[in-house]
Design a protein around this ligand. Sequence first.
Ligand code: NAD
Length: 321
Amino acid sequence: MWIVPEREIAGLMTREAAFGAVEKVFSSMASGDAHNFPVIREAIGHEEALYGFKGGFDRAGAALGLKAGGYWPHNLEKRGLINHQSTVFLFDPDTGKASAMVGGNLLTALRTAAASSVSIKHLARSDAKVIGMVGAGHQATFQLRAALEQRNFDKVIGWNLHPEMLPNLEKVATQAGLPFEAVELDGLHEADVIITITSSFEASLMSHHVSDGTHIACMGTDTVGKQEVEPALIERASVFTDEVAQAISLGESQHAVCAGTKAESDINEIGAVINGTHRGRKSDDEVTLFDGTGVGLQDLAVAASVVDLAIAKGVAIEVDF
Ligand code: NAD
């Protein structure tokens, strides 16, 4: 069994490799070669932690396993540790033997950023120039950095409920050589692509903030009750997702589907667009929306790819198990 510690991940995994792994597994999900198992997420009644498992099996990529972990809200203040903690476990699909244990914290950030980037590649207009961000926390910087590689953007604009966090976005834009402008929500009209990545439980982005032809990647809503955009925007958009079952239960689409204003059958898998079985964007005026809920198979895909890299570079630890 191989162990790849969290400290090694930054030196191994690239945005490009994460993008490739996530695009491939979305494709496998849509062609029926990979499926996610039901998600378990529990408040454990200790340290106010939320703990759970996301697992699956990718027959095409021979990846079987799960990510275990969650959110410990007091880690930073009490122990100087990050609040999100996760570890990926991989198993040999032929025998069931554990094959790898991989630090999952940075991988989660990279696979989440890769998901919105995959959606931009396949759904945003090719002439997109302005990218708008809603959210400026830890994950927002990863989403922005990866998204900037998908189109020839010439400007970053951003809104955040807590404006003191906006310099996080400005730093990424500056590193990429792009101007950054803080805007009110109405200012997002200028954006050709918008990424929402907040922990909000009520909508910030309304349909009237969004111009025709925009692609939106909604990445923050991964739990029942969370919400970033107005259901009217879901109704207006052509909606794509990583997994329909998750989108309608705990993703951004949960609210419109629950209200009966968007049918489950109108939500399409991004993998179908990747595979060419769905045409994706139909016109330059269409609003497309990716409901990125985050699936276990994404974690397994990036973890499997990092194990190969770690073995090749001689930094994976082999243990008898
Ligand atoms: P963070 O705590 O670093 O940042 C939170 C962000 O949400 C900040 O920009 C904050 O200003 C904003 N925010 C907080 N309350 C708000 C409100 N009421 N209205 C509008 N904005 C509000 O968190 P993070 O690590 O950046 O994660 C952001 C979200 O992304 C979380 O909800 C997390 O669960 C989710 N997430 C999703 C995936 C996925 O695969 N879809 C993966 C990782 C994280």
